[in-house]
Design a protein around this ligand. Structure first.
Ligand SMILES: [Zn+2]
Length: 296
């Protein structure tokens, strides 16, 4: 009964959604946003014939194929045999070509997040967004209704079944991430797949029939057993590993003791803002929420 009361109280709270007054820079999460001035431009151009110097993107399980010099491979007539590839964008005047199958040249595969890379931002953005596009296309090679091989839709970025005309648009999975505060304390937790020592906010996917605010309240309740209120939307971030859009919030503690679920969360605790543990990488919205909070 207590839980039920808490949920009902929290669900009423969600109607009080306050947006902080942030500067333009605070709205911008650090990576993966396509800004107007970026030299990487998205473009849907199926069956593109490669030209010298075009960038080649080979992916395997959230990993990107790089040369022995840790660079993206580029098209050279002598070393590449394929005739056409899917173009998903341009960097300056060079096409970004998504290549299927095994690379005809020797590549090694690196984690697509490339957190320590020195790639220029436009290359990094193209690798990340290309990973999302690769995941979407390779997950829908066959029609889900009649099992025919899907084809590119000519006029927009979508796949279409040549038999039953079923259309699949690029798919994005919304997820919420929340930094919970209690005065000068922050609730930070760790998932078993985090790097050792790193603590972060809570996150989870939005379910069918749920608003982002309902998903947030449910995830907090399920993962750490707390009731929160005064939800504040801060900003969002594409997280193309492979297909997530993170919706970032802050929330204030209202009630309950920490009870971790021991499934998605292996530990959680309150930390004073002047004595924080190791935090997530600066390219993540998880870190961005913490940094915005600490800046006050
Ligand atoms: Zn079909």
């Amino acid at each position: 009964m207590l839980d039920k009361c808490r949920v009902e109280r929290s669900q009423r709270k969600e109607t009080v959604l306050v947006t902080k007054n942030l500067t333009c820079d605070e709205y911008k999460t650090p990576m993966f946003l396509l800004e107007d001035n970026s030299t990487f431009k998205m473009l849907h151009k199926p069956q593109t014939t490669p030209a010298l110097g075009d960038y080649l993107f080979f992916y395997k399980n959230n990993k990107i194929g790089l040369t022995s010099k840790n660079e993206l491979p580029v098209f050279k007539n002598s070393s590449h045999k394929f005739d056409k590839a899917y173009c998903f964008g341009y960097i300056h005047h060079h096409a970004c070509l998504l290549c299927e199958g095994e690379s005809p040249i020797g590549l090694h595969y690196s984690d697509v997040k490339l957190t320590d890379s020195s790639f220029p931002k436009e290359i990094y953005q193209a690798i990340a967004i290309g990973n999302h596009i690769h995941h979407w296309r390779s997950s829908h090679y066959y029609c889900g209704k009649c099992a025919s091989v899907m084809a590119d839709k000519a006029d927009e970025p979508a796949l279409i079944c040549p038999q039953c005309h079923h259309i699949i648009f690029p798919q994005i999975s919304p997820s919420v991430i929340v930094l919970i505060t209690r005065g000068d304390d922050l609730l930070l937790a760790r998932s078993p797949h985090f790097r050792p020592g790193v603590m972060s906010g809570l996150a989870g996917f939005v379910g069918m029939g749920e608003s982002a605010e309902q998903a947030l309240l449910r995830e907090v309740r399920e993962e750490v057993g707390l009731v929160v209120g005064n939800l504040r939307y801060v900003c969002s971030q594409p997280w193309p590993f492979p297909d997530v859009l993170m919706l970032g919030f802050t929330a204030e503690y209202e009630d309950g003791e920490i009870i971790i679920d021991n499934r998605e969360i292996e530990s959680a605790a309150w930390f004073n803002k002047y004595n924080l543990p190791e935090l997530p990488h600066k390219m993540s919205i998880a870190r961005h929420l913490i940094d915005v909070y600490l800046r006050g």
